[in-house]
Design a protein around this ligand. Sequence first.
Ligand SMILES: Nc1ncnc2c1ncn2[C@@H]1O[C@H](COP(=O)(O)OP(=O)(O)O)[C@@H](O)[C@H]1O
Ligand SMILES: [Mg+2]
Length: 355
Amino acid sequence: MGMFKDMLKSNESIFRDSIPLDYDYQPKRITSREKEQQQIVFSIKPLLQKRNGRNLIITGKPGLGKTVVCRHILSDIEDETDEIIPIYINCWKKNTSYKIANEICNLIGYKFTQNKRTDELLNVIIKELNKESVVFVFDEIDKVEDFDFMYSFLEEIYRKTFILITNYKEWIINLDERIKSRLTPETMEFTQYNASQIKDILSERKKYAFVEGVWDENAFDKIIEETTELGDVRKGLFFMRESGNTAEDKSSKNITTEHVEEALKKIQEFSVANKEELDPENKFILDVIKDNSGKKIGELFKTYEEKGGKGNYKAFQRRIKKLEDNKFITTEKISGGAEGKTTIINFQQKTLSDF
Ligand SMILES: Nc1ncnc2c1ncn2[C@@H]1O[C@H](COP(=O)(O)OP(=O)(O)O)[C@@H](O)[C@H]1O
Ligand SMILES: [Mg+2]
């Protein structure tokens, strides 16, 4: 008895709707990226005049709006014209030519994909897309394992704009020359937001996600300050949600600075606790990666041995895989260069949202 007495009833929740705090929520309004949007539109514009489009590689750290800006433009295209087909692929999820071809078939409504080989699917897509013009957005392109699809599209689709998005600027350097020369892309870097831009973005979400007036002004300022320092809007959304949860756990009808601080502490403790859970050998390897983020796996193995690591290369690879599965690191496969295929390893600062 009385266990639920102090809890807020559903009509007392400080959340109005938590969906606007989801990372993949499409906000109605994009702020602060006018220049970037203009350049993207500029590369698509020739398609409206039935000419070939320009290609673009977009780089920038996580949480700077690369995905949301591109998706916003694609959805405008969808609404405003039938002459351009918008195709968005997340290459983290679809990382081979076969998966990409299947997904595009899906998007264009082609259903007879069963028992077809990749090249057959690609031919269907090429035929279909050549009836109109097409804008491809390949997000997280560095996660792609083979580029067969891109060769085919570059060669055989007549009116197209390729937009490739990656968090890693270095990825461009290692891009296969044959692709690079066919793409001749422009590049654009998304730069860090300042505090007032972060405030614009988060205030908009706050309006939809929380009941009006529940945020103490100082508490919200604290969120903006932390987010600006980390430079990742995604983290800000996560802080807001956690602060709201902390306030509700305490049956408070307001979110105060104390709630925000507690939420931030929880987040930090959680990520440290998880690193501590790694076995000593994995922790040792993670530290090597942390100090040498962005290096090739072979180089990392050398450093690991120099620092006293005793495992063989196969065991090292297995441990790298485990660290990747647990999202402590990301890996990118890179082709070209003197030694053919290799893997680049990047250290990832982990927060609660990554679990
Ligand atoms: N300029 C912006 N206007 C509105 N929301 C934004 C803006 N920039 C980022 N966001 C939001 O921040 C989060 C991270 O943005 P995202 O596009 O996923 O970043 P990236 O692709 O660069 O890692 C998303 O929830 C997105 O809606
Ligand atoms: Mg993204």
